[in-house]
Design a protein. Sequence first.
Length: 193
Amino acid sequence: MTRRLTFRPALTLKGRKFFGPLRGWAGKPVHPPLTDIPIAAYVIAAAFDVISAIWKTASWSQEMFHAAGWVMIAGAVVSLGAALTGYWDWLKSSPKGTQIRRTINAHAWTMLTVTALVLINIVIRIGAWDDLSTPVGLAVFSVVIAGLVAIGATIGGSLVFDYGFDVRTAGDHPVYHPSEIDLLPGQKPPPKD
């Protein structure tokens, strides 16, 4: 029987080296999954704001404005964890004077700028909370934030996919071994007969 739908090795922590609570395990770092929520939140908030600003007379326009605000707040809260774990990766893994360090710095400054803009956006939004739709200027501001977060995410993705920064496998690459059994981190495939 061929194992076509098994994924246990991808979820296990057994056999993986632990680097600490802010860095995670080999093959399971903490920073990348935390970044997904703010990135998605800021893009979704921008979409909600644009929809609300365009259809400002619709009965649901204020609901879209409020939804954008709550999504923006959720993204900002999770971004604190992303910033902390990213800082720890920078501190522990990036040698000074390297292209990696320069790229991490560009990524970090872009994302810190995004976070500052998000906080300003939230303050403005709270001041306009009773409006019936997203003010056009605030919608434009949210789109700028979404664009900047996309640029920051692209720079961060480049660290992994272009430079292989801080990519640590669990020790073996079992996905490339033909085997009918799940190979967990650190396990070797059975000998061929």
